[in-house]
Design a protein around this ligand. Sequence first.
Ligand code: SF4
Length: 263
Amino acid sequence: MARKKGAINAFFTGGEVTLRPDFLYLLKFAKDAGYQRISLTTNGRLFYYEDFAKKVVRAGISDIIFTINGHTAQLHDYLSQAPGSFMQINKGILNLRNIGFNNIRTNTVIVKDNYKYLLKIGEFITQLRIKTAFLIYVSSPDDFKALTPMISQAARHICAFLNLTQTYKGNKYMVLNVPCLCYFEHYLSQISGTNEENNQLSENSKGFIDMNTDKQYRMIESKKKINRVKVPKCAECRINDRCSGIWEMYVRYYGDKEIRPVV
Ligand code: SF4
């Protein structure tokens, strides 16, 4: 249906889609339907098996995004709650490389347990020769305080991760969904949120669904209104017009004392 409406990209995500018994069938179905780019977000564990890696590549996958929670087995396995998963993703990436598949990216969700290690996680990712990596700031309404680091504490570790692109030219390392832009004035090109509307369109919609619908724009407008707020201090900020504000939920839990206008 989406393909008939002109979509050219298919994205397999949510839960762990590789566990579906019909996963390979769905991949092939998407390929046969004519999708030009077929992407997958995965915990990567099944790629430990060479045969599975080969079948996925043969079915027509275009790029695979592995979730990396830590740079060591101890941290990654703890956060994924799956002993052995760090070893499995390392072997999985090797299996894909061995069959000539190199379109591999990574996502790392920033939480209280791993934010201090973001530079080390970034170095680990560069050692895996992965050129595109995304940090994603956790935004779970459940257990907000247990999971969400304060931005004033996490920011320098995020910037250290983003700085790796200075050493490894050509790598694209980004962060999505930061609660506010206050600490990132030198990294705006690597941060989603400077222009939420355009980011929504380019990252999530273009090529996937018809973005010229009222529904899409209503979704974007409501996201801007519901999820982010401005505080009086924002009026003094040099990038006020480029910033969508602070998570309303963040202000509710942590207040606005960390909000620091860019001057
Ligand atoms: S507009 Fe407000 S939230 Fe955005 S960067 Fe400036 S001070 Fe921070």
